[in-house]
Design a protein around this ligand. Sequence first.
Ligand code: NZQ
Ligand code: ZN
Length: 392
Amino acid sequence: MFDFKYFTPTKVIFGKDSESKLTELIKEFGGTKVLIHYGGGSVVRSGLLKRVTDALDSAGIAYVTLGGAVPNPHLGLVYEGIELCKKEKVDFLLGLGGGSAIDSAKAIGYGVANEGDVWDFYDYKRTAKGALPLGVILTIAATGSEMSDSSVITKEDGLIKRGYSSDFGRPKFAILNPELTMTLPDYQTACGCTDIMMHTMERYFSNGGNMEITDALAEGLLRTVKKNAVILRDNPKDYDARAEVMWAGSLAHNGLTGCGSDGGDWMTHKLEHELGGLYDVAHGAGLAAIWGSWARYVFKDCLHRFKKFALNVMEVENKGTDEEIALRGIEAVEDFYRSIGMPTNLRELGVEPTEEELKLMAKKCAIGVGGAKGSAKLLKEEDMLAIYRASV
Ligand code: NZQ
Ligand code: ZN
């Protein structure tokens, strides 16, 4: 096992009506002028934005609002948010929604607290020295951004989608009310479940430093999400299933399921980020579409983990060679994805890249990871291209 740092400073308030604690929390973390940042309007339609502004009015907390964060959130709106915060002397950010609104808020927070172009952080040119404090009310269980150090932004010029990770970006508090996720379209619920599982699987499929306790947590989390994703497919209003998935989403990406490992593989995410940047697909669906091709390409180099996963998570029959068991596990994941309406290749995802576009994605992906990346198997540009080709 490897030494590790585990830092999860986010205060979590979980359960029905937990948003009633909002103004107390903003005051606790020193907010006096708030930017409420949200997405394309689901929080307007659900009434959440109105309840939030009413609560801030009653508590005498000043605020400004900025909506419009799109899935695969854009840098342009981040710049707009930074200007607005400076002009209005905002000292606290409130992200309402999913990973896109929260990530966009994180980027605004870096931009306000640091001089220069905020894209430099996403372009690996320098690191942030601070950020505005951020609180979130989550409306979709998926990315784990509510506790994670990551933020993923797309630069419109060149459609470059990049992530930046810094402990400064971790939210001060996260309000998690599973009921707020009940208005989600079924497709987004399934995308979220896929992303949650993938955050744990990226850490699980590694060739370095695995711990029994971490594996047990990871396997339990994966089985829980797999089970509850199917419950939600059949009954989207099941509160307990919403709650299981929501908490799993936070734990899947706050570092817990990676303690002691080498950090994990993360190549499915890197390959997906190119798809998201170029074709604007939903992140979870993009992951599902690419994972099987990635897994078949790498599994022999990480056979012991694929076998363990097949037996302990996908619960396949323990019969035949290790390779047969591992492959049965991969097939079981794809069957599961299909069962919740997720794609298992690019065609099912709805994109049909040309050979030139596949090459472009492989090239951008290789640049984005600094040449090569992967723990299950180290992948270079030619490997990335082979996986993209296999996923068509
Ligand atoms: O924009 P609105 O109108 O709010 O609609 C959203 C959006 O269309 C909708 N939605 C959210 N909550 C809803 C709802 N609709 C009805 N009822 C609700 N309660 O769902 C759609 C998707 O929302 P979005 O925020 O885009 O989804 P998600 O949370 O999956 O975030 C995806 C983004 O996060 C990045 C992804 O790459 C992608 O850009 N990621 C961020 C990570 C992080 N910060 O740690 C890690 C992830 O691996 C990921 O890369
Ligand atoms: Zn993800």
